[in-house]
Design a protein around this ligand. Structure first.
Ligand code: NDP
Length: 506
């Protein structure tokens, strides 16, 4: 198989940069190298920031009407849209998603998001209030005013490996539609589709420096955050990395921050639920992408009146899931992203056992020789877990469920809220009113009723507590990429009517 070779994308050109370091992307399904990338040096990051700075400060991008920016970005989307199967393959070869997930969700979802964000941005009122230029305007105590939304400047976008293209789109599209310029740093585990996005920008003849893509590890991301020439960082990743980024951002230039971090989301199963629906729903909630999506439910809180029956059916259903090759349409769960991630997940399984959790299903490495080259892991279901256990508190990011019994709705709310995270939750019930009442009491940014892991481009997404800062998507997400400027115009007709009480009349 050919190993794809990628370069950095800086100021509209592909370049090998200043150093000679490279790194490989390893297919977690096979252990084989699928692509090689340039490991950007500090000088390369500085060059990318400088290109974005120049494109923002003196290029046409920030000054052109949003409709023109949208029209140009649509050209990129057409290119991406014509390559869905190829890009989907790159996604699952980088991160171990299945072909079904990549072709039906990861790439089309990225396009759908970008189109939804384009609709939102092109109808966004970039100016509110009474435009000072169009007088006559009413004269009040504060005069006439207008409120303008302006781009912030250079945006650093740092993304993780689990949804490489979609999470890049979540940042790049609103940032660019708002008139900013961007330096994108994808995860070193999954940089292919970000680099392909750069190729689509080049093919669509986008203005140089509007999007720059620098590949490499955490040091490349850190260089971006520490730069005083970057005005905003939008980051998706782990909570500990987010905390570090907040420190760098504060000491560099108090740059704006959007942080989408980890979670320990619960799926709450009430006693009136339709068990057939809820069992499949909870499987989807917990094991999409082998449990490696930030919103995945890793805690399942089940009412004691249905606990035994529900848990029996859930364990049975999960036991029948197919762990297999990523390019096979019948596979339910592919490998986890890397050897390091598998070791980490296995450590958590051992911690669960040592703390007394009962593994109703203890998934290990599959025995099939066909899967021996990959980082596969069958799911583990811990039952009768308690809220204080490590497996109930810490984000594992893998196919491991902690199932707990709840005595009442109050008990479910108490346990659901009892972690440092607050990203999402789902409630499974036949009683919508009951679910809505419970949703008011959950301390998290998204609540689904009889669903999970569904995220719309037009609805704000983000976390309470240590799951993040700010929002992505929706109008609030778009506004994260804009500064607000208030312009007052004093139209007071006579000096006596001025509010300048401190200036004595002459
Ligand atoms: P990491 O936090 O390890 O990495 C995220 C990105 O940050 C990567 O590009 C990484 O580079 C980069 N990075 C690492 N260290 C630094 C640093 N010191 N300064 C700047 N950038 C840095 O997360 P993962 O990639 O492992 O992703 C998994 C995590 O992401 C989970 O905790 C998950 O919950 C969270 N996540 C949150 C989502 C949300 O919307 N809330 C969505 C998806 C994931 P590199 O990988 O190359 O080292």
């Amino acid at each position: 198989m050919d190993v794809r070779q990628y370069e950095l994308y800086i100021a509209g050109r592909f370049t090998r940069g200043t150093g000679d370091a490279t790194f490989d992307s390893i297919n977690p399904a096979t252990g084989q190298t699928v692509a090689t990338f340039v490991d950007a040096s500090e000088a390369d990051v500085a060059a990318a920031i400088s290109a974005a700075r120049k494109a923002f400060d003196s290029g046409p991008w920030a000054r052109m009407p949003v409709a023109e920016r949208a029209e140009r970005l649509n050209r990129v989307l057409h290119i991406i849209g014509s390559r869905i199967p190829e890009l989907a393959q790159m996604e699952y070869q980088d991160n171990g998603a299945t072909v079904r997930q990549a072709t039906s969700f990861m790439v089309p979802g990225a396009l759908a998001f970008a189109m939804g964000m384009t609709d939102l941005a092109t109808s966004f009122p970039f100016q509110e209030g009474i435009p000072v230029t169009t007088g006559p305007a009413p004269v009040g105590p504060y005069g006439a005013y207008t409120l303008k939304y302006e781009p912030i400047g250079v945006v650093g976008a740092i993304t993780p490996w689990n949804g490489p293209l979609i999470l890049a789109m979540w940042k790049v599209w609103p940032a660019l539609l708002a008139g900013n310029t961007v330096v994108l740093k994808p995860s070193e585990l999954a940089s292919s589709t970000a680099s392909e996005l750069a190729k689509a920008f080049a093919e669509a003849d986008m203005p140089p420096g509007v999007l720059n893509v620098v590949t490499g590890g955490g040091a490349v991301g850190a260089a971006l955050v520490k730069s005083p020439h970057v005005d905003h960082v939008s980051f998706t990743g782990g909570t500990e990395t987010g905390r570090q980024i907040a420190t760098y951002a504060a000491s560099a230039n108090l740059k704006r921050l959007t942080l989408e971090l980890g979670g320990k989301s619960p799926a709450i199963v009430l006693d009136d639920v339709d068990l057939d629906v809820a069992v499949d729903g909870v499987v989807w909630s917990t094991l999409f992408l082998s449990g490696q999506m930030c919103t995945c439910a890793s805690r399942v809180l089940v009412d004691n009146k249905i606990y035994d029956e529900f848990v029996g059916r859930l364990v049975d259903r999960i036991g029948k899931l197919v762990v297999g090759p990523t390019d096979d349409m019948s596979t339910d769960l592919g490998p986890v992203v890397s050897q390091r991630q598998r070791d980490r997940i296995e450590r958590y399984v051992q911690i669960g056992i040592s703390e007394g959790a009962v593994a109703a299903l203890e998934g290990g490495r599959p025995s099939s020789p066909e899967l021996a080259g990959g980082t596969y892991l069958e799911p583990t279901v811990f039952v009768d877990a308690t809220p204080a256990m490590t497996i109930s508190q810490e984000e594992i990011f893998g196919p491991v469920l902690a199932v707990m019994k709840t005595e009442s709705d109050d008990d479910a709310v108490r346990i659901a809220n009892d972690t440092p995270y607050g990203l999402a939750a789902s409630i499974w019930t036949s009683d919508t009113r009951r679910a809505l009442t419970l949703s008011d009491r959950l301390r998290c940014g998204t609540v689904w009723i009889n669903d999970h892991n569904i995220i719309s481009p037009s609805i704000p997404f983000g976390g309470f507590k240590m799951s993040g800062l700010g929002r992505e998507n929706g109008v609030s997400g778009f506004k994260e990429y804009l500064e607000q400027k208030a312009v007052y115009l004093d139209l007071t007709p006579s000096p006596e009517q001025h509010m300048w009480g401190l200036v004595a009349p002459r």
